[in-house]
Design a protein around this ligand. Structure first.
Ligand code: BGC
Ligand code: ZN
Length: 362
């Protein structure tokens, strides 16, 4: 069967052939891949800045945002049947007995760094026709989410961030204090999905990005009751004045300078969440005295979050269903391109534009 792979040594991204997998244990599930989303991480892997093939293998099969359909289940599988839609979890636990997080299925909090991530770190991904997966790493998706299920994984990033932020903000009993303002940095898929999470929870939601205020992303945000402020014409200071203060920041653009500029303007008792993984471009000057003073005198919290646990996958499945009931037109706009496998170069090496582009494997 065909797979889309990156060869870091020879610096190639191309199709390769893999043997068709089959069930090896009674707890495994054979899944036909339907669609795989492409994100910034894939672009970084394709420019050889990130990503690690499995040990001893010269290539890494790409793809971590997948939707698949069960075609065969092992004899001990209880939760899935042939025909079910599934989303595979990306991260796999490290092998160390001492890592309490991996040992309790919270590999998103792994402390050893020896976790694996399918399509990213040490394990092949989902840009291929068939995969075999342990039942415990699959999340069920209802049939009505056939066209949106590929968005589950990018949505898990925001779901985990929201739960982490809400837990942290329990310290100031933020629920019901007053109307809170959330600011999303960036208006890519992770940012827009994050804006949907915050808006659906009742926060006053804004996004700050380079996109124009009369473009498709601004219209998308308007349709969910949020608002885009364009960084092309509004400085950070002006933006903060315009939106009247920021209680929670959801950073989803990977631009560290912008993030720290915004951090200077966080409200008292606010929380700031990083999700981007910037490339290393060398040191950036920041006013550390000012930030430290603010963080102490204003009780602020700055935190990062990576990947997600099963609870966030389940929340993402539920929220996708809720968002499509509440905002059907917006949801229909999120996936802007569906490409056959043969067009992988256009999506992975070119920048076809739009919001979320996916590759279809059937
Ligand atoms: C993926 C996460 C992963 C992270 C770091 C993101 O693009 O969505 O699952 O943990 O990259 O590798
Ligand atoms: Zn991703």
């Amino acid at each position: 069967m065909k797979a889309i792979a990156v060869f870091p040594v020879t610096k190639e991204v191309r199709l390769t052939n893999l043997p068709e997998p089959s069930l090896r244990s009674p707890t495994e599930v054979l899944v036909r891949i339907l669609e795989v989303g492409v994100c910034g991480t894939d672009h970084e892997i394709c420019s050889f800045q990130y990503g690690t093939p499995p040990t001893g293998v010269p290539f890494l099969v790409l793809g971590h945002e997948a939707l698949g359909q069960v075609i065969e289940v092992g004899s001990a599988v209880t939760r899935f049947r042939k025909g079910d839609l599934v989303v595979p979890i990306v991260r796999r636990p490290c092998p160390h007995a001492s890592c309490v997080y991996c040992r309790s299925a919270r590999q998103d909090f792994c402390v050893t760094g020896d976790f694996l991530e399918r399509g990213i770190k040490g394990m092949h991904g989902f840009m291929t026709e068939l995969i075999v997966e342990e039942e415990k790493f699959l999340v069920p998706v209802p049939a009505e989410l056939r066209s949106l299920g590929v968005l589950v994984e990018p949505l898990t990033i925001a779901e985990k961030a929201f739960v982490q932020g809400a837990d942290i903000q329990e310290r100031v009993q933020w629920k019901g204090v007053r109307e809170l303002t959330a600011l999303v940095l960036g208006a890519g898929p992770v940012g827009l999905l994050g804006a949907m999470v915050f808006a659906s929870k009742g926060l006053n939601t804004f996004a700050y990005s380079r996109d124009p205020e009369d473009g498709v992303k601004a219209a998308f945000l308007r349709s969910i009751g949020a608002k885009l402020v364009s960084a092309e014409k509004t400085t950070v200071g002006e933006m903060v004045k315009q939106i009247g203060g920021i209680d929670i920041v959801y950073e989803a653009c990977g631009a560290s300078k912008l993030a720290f500029d915004v951090l200077e303007h966080l409200n008292p008792n606010g929380a700031f969440c990083f999700t981007g993984v910037p490339g290393r471009r060398g040191p950036v000057p920041v006013d550390t005295d000012l930030l430290m003073r603010n963080m102490v005198l204003k009780n602020q919290v700055l935190f990062g979050t990576v990947n997600a646990g099963r609870d966030s996958y389940q929340a993402a499945v539920q929220d996708l269903a809720e968002f499509s009931r509440r905002w059907p037109d917006a949801m229909a706009q999120l996936i802007t391109g569906r490409y056959p496998m043969a067009d992988y170069e256009k999506v992975l090496l070119g920048r076809p534009g739009g919001i979320k582009n996916v590759i279809s494997f059937q």
